[in-house]
Design a protein around this ligand. Structure first.
Ligand code: FAD
Length: 305
């Protein structure tokens, strides 16, 4: 039953017409619990509050499906604005973005042009940029673009998903770039041809790649709400004397908030992924898919609206 609900929400997350419709109607159905607002000004307020609690941030201007080059360029300009706001307001925040929103499905030169524009601005303000990883069909291209840009910019990282069979090999190849990587379980619905269908295998592979990346001396962001993975990482760091400035934990805005504060109190770096913007629908559906119990919030939201 839970799996069926997961699949249902992941199916909804990819629905283009609903995505476009949702954009017109502000944050609905409890989405405000996971999304920091629809404008950069609202996001800045949220980041300020998080920074006050010693939580650092990565900000994400939401947007997934762009239909033409103009839309992709507009998304890139929004990212530049976000970087400028981080610099101007002296926020402790990085930037996250998706290559599809920069035009990945349209033309490769559009993506690289947009990325260079954002990375140049980010470099000026000392802002680090992470390329989120999307579904399997975009993985290869995303890694290729990351490698190209990493040769030109230090302030860039990307994401590796533990559920993919190819991940270990990708990490071996990426090691030559000493990359700053965010490691995650993976949020999309993938076929068993490319991804572990069983949760236990995903968790085992997650631990394996955390160990691999940390012991290789690379900066590692462990992005999870799973206590077992967090405890595993802490133990690994202690056993191998890995300094605390070589890794950080990351969680999503609005999820396991108490745990985020506890980790800060324990002296770990804790980064919160803060999405904002009008294109909240696909992101929100993936959060519901991860935990169908969140649907209770949706129902409350429906009652209110
Ligand atoms: P799970 O085993 O799914 O969850 C462990 C526990 O965490 C659950 O029992 C529950 O208590 C809590 N929890 C998990 N999810 C939720 C939720 N939605 N609501 C409430 N409680 C929850 N995926 C990608 O594919 N590409 C990316 O670029 C990407 N970037 C990410 C960035 C960050 C900072 C984070 C935290 C996640 C990112 N993800 C990304 C999502 C990730 O792949 C997982 O889908 C997500 O983190 C849930 O897995 P988990 O590791 O928390 O473990």
């Amino acid at each position: 039953m839970e799996q069926a609900m997961r699949n249902f929400f992941l199916f909804l997350s990819k629905n283009k017409p609903i995505t476009k419709m949702a954009k017109k109607y502000g944050l609905r159905f409890g989405a405000a619990r996971f999304v920091a607002g629809s404008s950069i000004d609202q996001a800045v307020e949220v980041i300020r509050e998080l920074n006050k609690q010693n939580l650092v941030v990565t900000i994400d201007y939401l947007g997934e499906f762009v239909d033409n080059v103009e839309e992709a360029n507009q998304m890139a300009l929004e990212c530049v604005e976000a970087v400028r706001a981080i610099g101007r307001e002296k926020l402790r925040s990085q930037l996250s973005l998706k290559l599809t929103s920069m035009g990945l499905d349209l033309q490769e030169d559009v993506v690289t042009k947009n990325m260079r524009m954002i990375l140049e601005e980010a470099r000026k303000h000392d802002v680090f940029v992470t390329i989120d990883m999307e579904d399997y069909s975009r993985c290869e291209k995303t890694l290729e673009i990351f490698k190209t840009l990493k040769l030109e910019y230090d302030n860039i990282g990307t994401v590796i998903q533990a559920y993919l069979y190819r991940t270990e090999k990708d990490m071996e190849e990426l090691n030559a770039y000493s990359p700053n990587l965010r490691l995650v379980k993976g949020a999309y619905k993938e076929s068993s041809k490319v991804a572990f269908p069983e949760k236990k295998d995903v968790d085992d592979n997650f631990k394996k790649i955390i160990k691999m990346h940390m012991l290789n001396g690379n900066y590692t962001a462990i992005a999870t709400h799973d206590d077992k993975i967090i405890d595993y990482t802490k133990k690994l760091a202690e056993e191998h004397n890995i300094p605390r400035d070589q890794f950080e934990f990351q969680m999503l805005f609005g999820i396991c908030v108490e745990r985020q504060r506890e980790l800060v109190e324990e002296g770990y770096k804790m980064r919160v992924y803060v999405p904002y913007g009008t294109d909240w629908y696909g992101y929100f559906m993936r959060r519901l898919a991860e935990r169908p119990a969140n649907v209770a919030f949706v129902l409350k939201g429906v009652m209110k609206n």
